[in-house]
Ligand binder design. Structure first.
Ligand code: PBG
Length: 330
């Protein structure tokens, strides 16, 4: 028996005020973390061809960009370095240099914009000569425990420079516990860990590797440490492990092709669950909009809303500033 016409679903959609009142999810600038790329030099803005609309900024200019983000209500930025080629080595020692690009950029942002949070990536790919996230044995296999030790020192180096959240993105086993232990020992009790817990070996990272200058260097792929896109239960085990090791927040990455994982993690753990709308997703949207496949602003907001609907607590997105402006203008 139908309840029509007493129940008309379209009543709830009949006017903008009604739709606003009944919306189950909404985007807010505080949902976003803005990834930003740092380059060497003075007074530089280097547009990244693979990421239309995104640039690398030199340390002396990054503070002003962070201020722009803070003024739009964005609570946190994620910093990534394009390490000069001469400083990329087999042992990634530049990652531990307290004066490296990331440490200098972190201090520069703290100086002029102390109100914004700073997240730094813990992984060795911007520092290795071969573009892998860790150090390798002779055959190119990434060594877990040796890498984890370096990552721990890298995280400490970043915390000392002022990073508020360290985010291991390397997928080594046991690194969250190692990093948490070291942070506690050194007194960084309020430095948080956002674990890239379910990070897939994805084809969507290409433009990012251009941005940090590792694309041409990368030998082979990252399939022996990043997750197989075929797997879902494994993501639950990864998240459970990182939480048990002391992660404060977890992340699923990439975003849109992995919304099912975001939903599962959010429902299963009820912990702050972030999602990374990665570089390839950003580029796909920009190219589609430029080709006339859809209206850019609407595409941006619809994709970001999908993450909220799936259960994400927050979104790392290169569209953060545009989205914050669109939300403010709505
Ligand atoms: C490095 C790292 C990557 C991304 C974030 N941190 C690339 C990779 O794992 O190869 C990708 C982000 C993006 O594509 O936007 N460990």
């Amino acid at each position: 028996m139908s309840s029509y016409p007493a129940l008309r679903m379209r009543r709830a959609r009949s006017a903008p005020w009604m739709r606003a009142m009944l919306a189950e999810h909404r985007l807010h600038p505080s949902d976003f973390i803005l990834p930003m790329f740092i380059c060497d030099g003075q007074g530089c803005e280097e547009p990244i061809a693979a990421l239309p609309g995104v640039s690398r900024w030199s340390v002396d200019r990054i503070g002003a960009k962070a201020k722009e983000a803070a003024a739009l209500g964005i609570p946190c930025i994620a910093l990534f370095p394009n390490t000069p080629p001469g400083l990329r080595t087999e042992d990634a020692r530049e990652a531990l240099n307290p004066d490296n690009l990331i440490c200098r950029a972190t201090k520069a942002v703290k100086d002029v914009c102390p109100e914004i949070g700073i997240l730094t990536d813990v992984a060795l790919d911007p520092y290795t000569a071969h573009g892998h996230d860790g150090i390798t044995d002779g055959s190119g296999y990434v060594l877990n425990d040796e890498t984890s030790k370096i990552l721990t020192d890298q995280a400490l180096t970043q915390a000392r420079a002022g990073a508020d959240i360290v985010a291991p993105s390397d997928m080594m086993d046991g690194r969250v516990a190692a990093i948490r232990g070291a942070l506690e020992r050194e007194g960084f009790v309020n430095t948080a860990i956002m674990a890239y817990a379910a990070k897939y070996a994805s084809a969507f990272y290409g433009p990012f590797r251009d941005a940090v200058g590792s694309r041409g260097l990368l030998k082979g792929d990252k399939k022996t440490y990043q997750m197989d896109p075929a797997n879902s239960d494994e993501a639950i085990r990864e998240v459970a492990l990182d939480l048990a090791e002391g992660a404060d927040m977890v992340m699923v990455k990439p975003g849109l092709p992995y919304l099912d994982i975001v939903r599962r993690v959010a429902e299963e753990f009820r912990v702050p669950t972030f999602v990374y709308q990665v570089s390839g997703e950003y580029a796909m949207l920009e190219h589609a909009a430029a080709a006339g496949a859809g209206e850019r602003d609407a595409l941006i907001l619809e994709m970001l809303l999908a993450f909220k609907r799936a259960g994400a607590s927050g979104i790392l997105t290169y569209h953060a500033m545009d989205a914050a402006r669109l939300i403010a203008a709505a």
